[in-house]
Design a protein around this ligand. Structure first.
Ligand SMILES: [Zn+2]
Length: 279
């Protein structure tokens, strides 16, 4: 809770009354591996359930690719990363943050969107547009590792909790009460983009969360047996593909910078040594 200033703390106390000590203890967790302190007010199970429902709608309302070979590759990478994450936490005698995940993968047929995401609880989407950037399985593993890391580190729980405290808009309450879903089902068309936004999937995570997802993503991809040096090449290809164009979705949700590439280069040698492929 170090980030919460006094005004927000007052807001926090207004919401939760005098039992702030107890709440504060319950509400603060730490991210796995990095041990960064996190605010967690909204139960993870609530977010996971909502995510699963939205994911169902995404599957119904978006055009999915019929490229079975490509989808199989995505599933294979995903399952290797799933196993790597679980085995790793077992090996260090810590609870597996994905024990309650129900992993699922889709390939969305949209060449214009250079993006991928992983909803809380392990619901993953890859857009065909990102495949031109990832180019090979190592590149795809780097992107998927990053997205999965957001879910493993429970960044959505953290973001929704912070939104609740800061009282910014109704997005978090919407998620908490199921409003996002009930509202959309009342209208004739289901606006998938709006749902994803409400849920926070298409918004940028904070700078610290992005860096954390980069770091953890490298660890998970390395544990899963992929060549994590490809991650730097992806960001270079991304920069190249963005030249003279509008800022595409991927870049707006995942702010690219030389700092990011510098960080990856700094972390990669250490992570390769410290987190070799899990047998
Ligand atoms: Zn990210």
């Amino acid at each position: 809770m170090g980030k919460i200033n006094s005004i927000n703390r007052r807001k926090f106390l207004e919401i939760f009354g005098s039992c702030s000590c107890g709440i504060a203890l319950v509400a603060c967790g730490t991210a796995p591996i990095t041990e960064r302190r996190q605010l967690k007010l909204i139960p993870e199970v609530t977010l996971n359930n909502q995510a699963a429902q939205i994911y169902k709608k995404v599957k119904r309302k978006t055009k999915l690719s019929d490229d079975k070979k490509q989808l199989d590759e995505i599933k294979e990478i995903g399952s290797k990363i799933e196993n790597a994450v679980s085995s790793y936490f077992d090996s260090i005698n810590q609870p597996d943050p994905t024990y309650n995940f129900h992993w699922e993968y889709i390939l969305v047929d949209n060449d214009k969107v250079k993006n991928a995401w992983c909803m809380p609880g392990g619901k993953i989407a890859v857009y065909t547009g990102i495949l031109k950037i990832t180019k090979n399985k190592h590149g795809l593993a780097a992107v998927m590792g990053h997205e999965i890391a957001h879910a493993v580190a429970k960044h959505s729980v953290e973001r929704a909790s912070r939104a609740l405290v800061l009282n910014v808009g109704t997005a978090a309450l919407d998620i908490f009460t199921g409003g996002a879903i009930s509202n959309t089902s009342r209208t004739t068309g289901v606006d998938v983009a709006r749902m994803l936004r409400t849920f926070g999937i298409d918004n940028p995570f904070g700078r610290k969360q992005e860096a954390e997802a980069d770091y953890l993503g490298l660890i998970f991809s390395s544990l899963a047996g992929y060549d994590i040096r490809e991650s730097v090449k992806i960001w270079e290809r991304m920069k190249e593909s963005n030249k003279g164009q509008e800022i595409p979705e991927w870049q707006s949700t995942h702010p690219s910078s030389s700092k990011r590439i510098a960080n990856l280069n700094k972390w990669i040698p250490e992570i390769i040594l410290k987190y070799p492929p899990i047998k």
